[in-house]
Design a protein around this ligand. Sequence first.
Ligand code: SME
Length: 152
Amino acid sequence: MPIDYALLARQLEALLDGRDWLTNSAQTCAFIMQEIPDLNWVGFYLQRQPEVLSLGPFQGKPACHPIPFAKGVCGAAARTQQTQRVDDVHAVADHIACDAASNAELVVPISVNGHLWGVLDLDSPVKGRFNAADQAGIEALVAVFIERTDLA
Ligand code: SME
């Protein structure tokens, strides 16, 4: 059955009832892990110093930290401020393998007034897990997170 992302967006809006970034990012990745099937890792990387992503709240196994903008799928999302959707991470030369179980990846940048705050990273053990509808749906969830959170 296709995922009802419009319903998930309304549920996430209800869940994020304060504006604190730490609480909201923890709730958002827990919600996505709970509601979307076939994921093995969901989490935030934050830009806390120039050109470097620091591991933030996440669900899943301990992960790679730090990640320079120059490397990996997350780095590409940070550099370009464009969503990165990868069907097979093993085909990406500079993919950073945190967990050998991960095969597909979706990374959505989170920007405020053109400035990159961080990224939301989803990993799946299923090759080709994320299609265009998943990308649009997850981007809509990230839009809810941005709209309901104070991101300094
Ligand atoms: N695979 C990512 C690194 C982060 S982990 O998947 C949690 C990348 O290539 O940027």
